[in-house]
Ligand binder design. Structure first.
Ligand code: PLP
Length: 393
């Protein structure tokens, strides 16, 4: 078997993964890989978590799908838990990150429309942000390569340089409906936005009646050592998008918002066939059961600190190869000097049993280990990483 009949839109490694357990993946020859990509920030609780398997199995015997023509308890339960755990009053469920982007954009525009400000429909986004691959999502964000060949893009978006509050104020006019941004740009190369800048945006958008939406598809669900990163920095959005780790690999996503905004969405104005599907909701609730255990985030914090410290040591050992280490929590970008070949080092990682993720930035790899890693997994990672760097120097 091979990839010949798959649309060739991914730079796939020839490695074929057949199973996973905890923080490890296994290929068809039973070779073990330390998974420091988590299926792109998705399998935060590791592979084949027994409690998640059990929850999915139980639900699979009861009910798979019933649509939103009727109510279901798992959906009510997950929505009410999310609202207790966050700023939000209302939740819309869907199945992927890009759908949460679409939902956020539609809610922002409809809010102003219903309030009689029909011309107020422009959404400001930040250069280098990434919000998914639909036409609206690539119009809203992404590097040039995600847009090339897809003209005409959708109108109504204005993209500005990051961390430049003056540019933001200049971009705002009477048509500005909302600002939509990633707090830490992940795909774009792992750049955290300045916290002061984000506070300024929050104050300013409140003053101006502009809706502020955060894309925490990647930074949510413990990746930055708290449930959501905005809770850690104390800045509350009006709309929040969330996906990747919500279902630990089962497709679940959500767009969360406040009542005063949600009130403008009425039956028929939006929807999704699979959204809130009982299987997805059962897994979503099971994931929450695990990560809301009292000590969960403390453990993530402690292993993340250990990983950052270990990386600092590596950087001092290989100053000619490692240019910069960026990111927070378990979302880490490692930028190399241009003389290092990224594809060579990634191949060495594969050879030595390690999987990491790339970014849109040519010289930067991204570490997205499962939230459940322990110090010994960090040590194993550092061993493989330093021997690959040794081979390059
Ligand atoms: C992955 C991602 C998306 C898109 O999610 P999909 O499920 O791939 O559609 C949107 N925003 C951010 C920040 C992401 O990392």
């Amino acid at each position: 078997m091979n990839n010949d009949h798959l649309l060739n839109v991914y730079n796939r490694s020839p490695i074929t993964i057949t199973k996973g357990k905890g923080v490890y993946l296994y290929d068809n020859t039973d070779k073990q890989y330390l998974d420091f990509a988590s299926g792109i920030a998705t399998t935060g609780l590791g592979h084949c978590h027994p409690y998640l398997i059990d929850s999915l199995n139980k639900q699979s015997q009861l009910l798979w799908h019933c649509s939103n023509l009727v109510s279901n308890f798992e959906q009510q339960k997950l929505a009410s838990r999310l609202s207790t755990l966050t700023f939000a009053d209302k939740v819309f469920f869907c199945s992927s990150g890009l759908e949460t982007t679409e939902t956020a954009i539609k809610i922002i525009r409809r809010y102003h429309y219903v309030n009689g400000e029909k011309a107020r429909n422009t959404i400001i986004t930040i250069n280098g942000g990434f919000h998914g691959r639909s036409m609206a999502a690539i119009s809203a964000g992404g590097n040039d390569y995600v847009r090339e060949g897809y003209a005409p893009l959708l109108g109504g978006f204005k993209s500005i340089p990051k961390n430049d509050f003056v540019a933001l104020k200049k971009a705002v006019d009477h048509n500005t409906a909302g600002i939509f941004l990633e707090l830490i740009q992940s795909e774009g190369g792992v750049y955290a936005l300045d916290i002061d800048y984000l506070h300024h945006i929050r104050e300013f958008t409140k003053e101006q009646g502009i809706i502020l939406a955060f894309d925490e598809v990647q930074t949510g669900y413990g990746r930055i050592c708290d449930f959501f990163y905005h809770q850690q920095i104390g800045i509350e959005p009006d709309i929040l998008t969330c996906a990747k780790a919500m279902g630990n690999g089962f497709p679940v996503a959500a767009c969360l918002t406040k009542e005063f905004i949600a009130d403008t969405m009425k039956p028929g104005t939006h929807g999704s066939t699979y959204g809130g599907n009982p299987l997805a909701m059962a897994v979503g609730n099971a994931v929450l059961d695990i990560i809301t255990k009292p000590d969960f985030f403390n453990q993530v914090r402690s292993v993340s600190k250990y990983l950052h410290e270990s990386l600092q040591t590596i950087q001092t050992q290989f100053p000619n190869l490692v240019k910069e280490i960026r990111g927070k929590g378990l979302l880490i970008g490692i930028e190399f000097h241009p003389q290092l070949s990224l594809s060579e080092i990634i191949n060495l990682f594969y050879k030595n049993g390690l999987i990491v993720s790339k970014t849109a930035n040519k010289n930067t790899i991204r570490l997205l280990p499962p939230l459940i890693i322990q110090k010994n997994h960090v040590d194993q990672f550092i061993d493989i990483f330093s021997s690959a760097l040794n081979a390059q120097s």
